[in-house]
Design a protein around this ligand. Structure first.
Ligand SMILES: Nc1ncnc2c1ncn2[C@@H]1O[C@H](COP(=O)(O)OP(=O)(O)OP(=O)(O)O)[C@@H](O)[C@H]1O
Length: 704
């Protein structure tokens, strides 16, 4: 009985001696419904992701990152039957115990435990649900995922993964079933909008803006010198009037200077009766669209208004709204780039989507695009920041629905190079990889998922209301057959192929061994296959491996090798990690809008201040003028008063003099009165004397 270590060294030697090719796919999808049920039904007819349920299952799993390995036994084929091989002599399955007994000889066997053991009667659906569906669910939640098939040529790898099931849907393999679920869970009625933008016909009879229509927006960054007093088309003055009707916005009147886009920002046309009509040749032709991928920015040069049927505007503060044709088209936040006026819009259904990259083939260490077979040497690039593998130049196909996907898969399979060997006349000589990229905006309820990292991104997201996007990738890898070179009987070029297949599978085996043994060095760079799969083994992906075996004891060595490969792979533990990205572009746009808004507000305030200053200066001038006048009048008044004062002083003096004179006169009067009194007294006395005299005289005379 061979020891475990001797078995291992035999397996390792197997990897070193021969190995098959590889191939890979990818592309972009939107969607269609499927009748599979990945998760509880959402209120709508479309199935929705329920991360919490997945979270629970992830939490319940004691080894969430371990590579899951299932073994599948192919039913006996004609060759097996002909050779009368008794598969029970090779392996004995105990599916209920998830065990497989590998016969060593007639009296001893070794038992191996796997995560799943599928007998030859296992259905495609069961294999999908046990092996691939958890990975697909994981991918839909934001983790990278890999489903891979490994095994000897002719044991059912392509059957398990790539079967199209055109005639019988129950025959469909993992690729089709996975895509069915992905499409059903990433596509809404609106998900394909970004793609249909280019394809939607021109809206009927586009209405060009007229001078009297308003709400036709012009764009462009305001230049320092805005010709506010002159229409730059007709050069008439007085077409601008200013007002601030509401929200602090400025709505200058405008005639039809459609060409002067560079002058204006967020201005509206408004009625200008005196302005002549626009020229007959006037048009805004040839819209240049740079169609983004879902969720990204759509930029275009505002020249033709005819070619886009539906746009969502990114407005101030990050607001979004659908624009109505034709009157609001062109409305938006403009900016200048390379001398062009650009505006930013978001495709209407940007929340989520899924993209499948092209179908690729790795053959003789060259990656070939199976959907564009002329692309034969696509490089592998690792993004320095994220470490993610990218394949620049690989064709990206956007899938309309499952039929579309099936067509492409068919095309890819036709392009896949298959070389005949003695072992299997339809043997695949390459590894095939289907790469599917899925991205979804994180919804509010998903943000609190317990396994998510609470980081500054999330704070920013909450603060600014910017979506967090989960981008994940699913790889479905159909490896070339792992048979030994000597047994395959390959010669010449086929032997050369087998060497490369061997190289890549040996590298994969070495990496898995190193990972299983916690070795500090993982030889990822030894082959393109391992570089492509760097996230699948020892990375952050959830990985399921299905090893396929045949029943014939003639291939005992290969079967043993395959089983040992699976056993080693079961020891590999990945650190699954959510592929979550903060949507920095959204934040940037939002902040730019905010800056623009604040700049406009500053301008408005500045203008108000200028107006206030002008008003104050005018008031000052008026005050100064009235002060001058008042001063002048005061001087006059003062002079008048001084004169009056002088006059009064003279009068006063005169009055003094008169008073003195009066006093003198009064004295004189008094004196005269006194004199008069004296005179009267004298007169009285005189008359008394005279009377006395007369009396005396009379008496005298009488006496006489
Ligand atoms: N579980 C199965 N049930 C029925 N037929 C099967 C099953 N597995 C494989 N087969 C059949 O066995 C044949 C070989 O299978 P398949 O081409 O998938 O092998 P393979 O491992 O992909 O070979 P290669 O490495 O050469 O690509 C096919 O005709 C396939 O239909």
């Amino acid at each position: 009985m061979a020891s475990r270590s001797s078995q291992r060294s035999e397996r390792d030697n197997t990897f070193l001696t021969d190995a098959p090719l590889l191939l890979s796919l990818s592309r972009s999808v939107d969607g269609q419904q499927s009748n599979l049920s990945l998760r509880p039904k959402a209120p709508s007819s479309r199935r929705s992701v329920t991360p919490n349920s997945r979270t629970r299952s992830a939490d319940d799993d004691p080894e969430p990152g371990r590579v899951r390995v299932a073994v599948r036994l192919r039913p006996r084929n004609a060759e097996d039957l002909l050779s009368e091989a008794d598969f029970a002599d090779c392996v004995e399955l105990q599916p209920e115990l998830k065990r497989l007994k590998l016969k060593k000889n007639n009296w001893s066997s070794e038992s191996f435990r796997f995560d799943e053991v599928f007998s030859e009667s296992a259905s495609q659906r069961r294999v999908y649900e046990a092996v691939a569906k958890p990975v697909v669910e994981s991918v839909l939640t934001g983790y990278n995922g890999t489903v891979m098939a490994y095994g000897q040529t002719g044991t059912g790898k392509t059957y398990t993964l790539g079967r199209l099931g055109e005639d019988d849907a129950s025959e469909r393999g993992i690729m089709v079933r996975a895509m069915e679920d992905i499409i059903a869970n990433t596509s809404q009625a609106s998900d394909s909008v970004e793609i249909s933008y280019l394809q939607t016909p021109v809206p009927p009879s586009p209405v060009l803006p007229t001078p009297t229509s308003h709400l036709i927006h012009i764009t462009g960054k305001p230049k320092p010198q805005i010709p506010l007093d002159e229409c730059s088309y007709c050069h008439q003055k007085g077409h601008w009037k200013h007002s601030c009707p509401n929200q602090g916005r400025i709505y200058p009147s405008f005639c039809h200077d459609y060409y002067s886009l560079r002058y204006f920002s967020s201005y509206y046309f408004s009625e200008v009766p005196d302005c002549p009509p626009p020229p007959a040749t006037f048009s805004l032709p040839s819209l240049i669209l740079q169609l983004p991928s879902i969720g990204e920015e759509l930029k275009f040069h505002l020249v033709n208004w005819d070619k886009v049927c539906s746009l969502v505007e990114v407005g101030g503060g990050g607001s979004r709204r659908k624009l109505e044709w034709p009157i609001e088209w062109g409305f938006g936040r403009p900016y200048e780039e390379d001398g062009r006026i650009l505006k930013t819009f978001i495709c209407q259904s940007s929340k989520q989507g899924c993209r499948v990259w092209s179908l690729l083939q790795l053959y003789l260490e060259c990656i070939q695009d199976l959907l564009a077979p002329e692309k034969t040497n696509i490089p592998i690039v690792e993004e320095p920041k994220t470490g993610e593998v990218a394949l620049p130049g690989a064709m990206v196909v956007k899938i309309r629905d499952l039929d579309h996907f099936l067509q492409l898969l068919q095309t890819g399979e036709e392009n896949r190079h298959a070389a005949n060997t003695k072992l299997n006349s339809e043997s695949s000589r390459s590894h095939a990889i289907l790469m599917v990229q899925v991205w979804r905006s994180v919804h509010e309820e998903e943000k609190d998922a317990p396994f998510q990292e609470k980081d500054s991104k999330r704070d920013l997201s909450n603060c600014y209301g910017i979506p967090i996007v989960r981008k994940s990738k699913l790889l479905i890898v159909d490896l070339a057959g792992s048979e030994r070179l000597d047994k395959s009987g390959s010669e010449g070029r086929l032997a050369e192929e087998a060497k490369f297949i061997n190289l890549s599978l040996t590298s994969l085996g070495k990496c898995i061994n190193a990972l299983a043994e916690n070795s500090p060095h993982i030889p990822i760079r030894d082959s393109k296959l391992t570089r492509l799969l760097r996230d699948s083994f020892g990375g952050s992906a959830r990985t399921s491996l299905i090893v396929t075996i045949g029943p014939s004891s003639r291939h005992h060595t290969e079967t043993t090798s395959t089983i040992m490969f699976g056993q080693r792979a079961m020891k590999v533990v990945n650190t699954v990690k959510l592929k979550e990205e903060f949507d920095y572009e959204s934040l940037c746009r939002k902040l730019e809008n905010r800056v623009e808004h604040l700049t406009a507000e500053i301008d408005r305030q500045q203008k108000l201040r200028d107006n206030d200053r002008i008003e104050m200066e005018r008031n000052l001038r008026e005050c100064q003028k009235s002060f001058g006048e008042a001063e002048k009048s005061l001087v006059t008044r003062s002079e008048f008063l001084e004169n009056e004062n002088s006059r009064l002083e003279i009068e006063l003096k005169e009055l003094g003099r008169l008073k003195d004179l009066n006093d003198l006169m009064q004295d004189e009067v008094a004196r005269l009165e006194l004199s008069l009194n004296h005179s009267k007294q004298y007169q009285l006395e005189s008359s008394t004397y005279q009377k006395v005299l007369a009396d005396t005289t009379q008496m005298y005379e009488r006496r006489k």
